[in-house]
Design a protein around this ligand. Structure first.
Ligand SMILES: [Zn+2]
Length: 541
């Protein structure tokens, strides 16, 4: 009898932990003892196999890459959903998860394949009870297959070869959020973000930065010029709860994304610092779109299988969380959108919002920050250096520089007017999903015009651009506009994104990315002074 009970328990334990898969549903890393990562064709083969025998999946396309490769997205839903209208009607939250934006950071690509088989054919089918999941396993298709060693400096040496960070045009797809030059970005915004309207976006990366003591670090869509509620929910509730679950259920430590410099701070360090707020980063743009987002960064100094494991644990617990809390997230996002519109209607022309920001510490320091310990070494000539030990320790009350404070503000208008000849600007705004309409009659509007007195161009080339900062000032005025000029009523869902793109002194707007260079060149006077052609109105006569 005892033997039978033990055998039953062993069987239960085994079946709970080890699911069996046909060879077509085994990923490349699993097949090669984590020496290799999937090629584009491997991923295509896998997603073809994983759809067989499941009635809960539809394949759609994000678009095509520069080299003409299809970028597949799998829509998982129960009951099955094929179109965004059906998704909207279902009332369920939509979770969009993307891997391989940087094709050297391959963990997301592999883990999405594993989750596809587990949700469609294995033990995780309940994750479709209350939500719709969109998986894009291989966002940067072209550069995935340009595999070689050495593409990931300081990354632990597995897999042996990986693809390239930039896309095939040399652009970093995670700096393209505003300028939208890459076909991948255009496809993402036009074929996924606008029609499907994800409640939460998760962007999967791998960081080879600081030797902190976490298997994976995360960041929310940072709060800067948008509404605060999606950030608050992600920071105060989603990320802490998911982090606790990952520790409890998977025995893996997660923490905030940040770096530190021992060279500058000495040891032990007193503070950590995150990356920037700019909406060129896709995750950060989501807060301006009144939606939630998460940056996920596996720790490149652990081995490949460990990085896959931590990414898998993180995504699993995020999806468990969203499966339970999705309705609250939908309600917060909807309220945020309404608040953004209401602010324009009630305070347009009166209230100011930030257009340039700097990093400041959060009020709460990190009570216990995990990191590798360091020895202090003093050489014979008195030089101090620090050598990393293999021990992970906890530092107490570490300052976390991951809040943002405005260094320059500008008045939120009721809207903007763009001259008819700047069609390319109107088209770019529309491509982002904003409502831009031609004037049907001549009008007169009161507001502010910005006079540019100085144009500062960065000497270095960044993403193919010499970025612009302009100096000058606003002055109140009344101007006449013609039928055919473009008007943008800011009382619309993407008010905060439009404001950030069109404000002349914004640190990540259309001016920054050279959209107005030709206009400035053609219209400046002999002193280099030029009027910014986008008028911000406070009243239409
Ligand atoms: Zn990355």
């Amino acid at each position: 009898m005892k033997i039978v009970i033990v055998a039953v328990i062993v069987l239960i334990c085994f079946s709970a932990n080890a699911e069996q898969w046909p060879s077509g549903l085994i990923t490349k890393p699993e097949k090669t003892a984590y020496q290799e990562t999937s090629t584009y064709q491997d991923v295509i083969n896998f997603i073809s196999e994983v759809q067989k025998g499941s009635s809960h999946v539809t394949e759609i396309s994000l678009g095509s890459s520069f080299e003409g490769k299809n970028i597949p997205v799998l829509v998982l839903a129960n009951p099955k959903i094929s179109y965004p209208e059906e998704a909207k009607t279902s009332g369920k939250p939509i979770i969009y998860i993307q891997g391989n934006i940087h094709a050297g950071e391959v963990e997301g690509k592999e883990v999405i394949q594993i989750l596809l088989r587990e949700i469609l054919h294995g033990s995780k089918s309940h994750l479709l009870d209350n939500q719709i999941i969109l998986f894009a396993p291989i966002y940067n298709t072209d550069s995935n297959d340009k595999m070689a060693t050495g593409h990931r400096t300081s990354q632990e040496g597995s897999p042996i070869e990986t693809g390239l960070r930039a896309n095939s045009q040399g652009w970093d797809l995670n700096r393209d959020g505003i300028k939208m030059e890459a076909l991948e970005t255009r496809g993402l915004i036009q074929n996924i973000i606008l029609p499907w309207d994800p409640t939460l976006f998760v962007d999967l990366h791998t960081t080879n930065g600081t030797w902190h003591g976490y298997s994976l670090t995360w960041a929310p869509s940072y709060h800067y010029a948008g509404e605060k509620a999606p950030y608050d929910f992600t920071w105060d509730k989603l990320l802490p709860q998911v982090t606790d679950k990952v520790k409890k259920n998977h025995r893996i430590h997660l923490g905030p994304y940040a770096n530190y410099s021992i060279e500058r701070q000495g040891w032990p360090i007193q503070s950590i610092t995150t990356y920037n707020h700019h909406p060129r980063y896709l995750v950060n743009q989501f807060s301006l779109r009144n939606r939630m987002a998460i940056l996920s960064e596996a720790f490149a100094h652990e081995r490949f299988y460990q990085r896959m494991n931590s990414t898998h644990a993180f995504l699993t617990e995020i999806l468990e969380f969203t499966n339970k809390n999705g309705q609250e997230m939908l309600a917060i996002n909807a309220q945020t959108e309404a608040d953004a519109i209401q602010l324009v209607r009630e305070q347009g022309g009166k209230v100011k919002k930030g257009v340039r920001f700097k990093k400041i510490p959060l009020e709460e320091p990190i009570a216990k920050y995990r990191t590798y310990d360091h020895h202090k070494v003093i050489s014979a000539d008195g030089q101090i250096s620090y050598l990393r030990t293999p021990n992970i320790i906890e530092l107490h009350n570490v300052i976390n520089n991951s809040a943002f404070e405005a260094t320059l503000e500008s008045t939120l208008p009721l809207g903007y007017i763009i001259p008819a000849e700047l069609t390319s600007i109107a088209q770019h705004l529309k491509a982002h999903g904003t409502i831009v309409t031609p004037l049907t009659e001549n009008i007169s509007a009161t507001g502010e015009v910005f006079t540019i007195r100085k144009i500062i161009r960065t000497p270095s080339n960044f993403q193919g651009h010499h970025m612009l900062t302009i100096e000058g000032g606003f002055a109140p005025t009344t101007k006449k506009f013609k039928q055919g000029d473009f008007i943008i009523d800011l009382a619309q869902p993407l008010a905060n994104l439009i404001f950030y793109m069109l404000e002349p002194q914004s640190d990540d707007g259309l001016v920054t990315w050279n959209f107005f260079d030709d206009y400035f060149e053609d219209n400046k006077n002999s002193d280099g002074i030029v009027e910014y052609p986008v008028f911000k109105y406070f009243e239409i006569k």
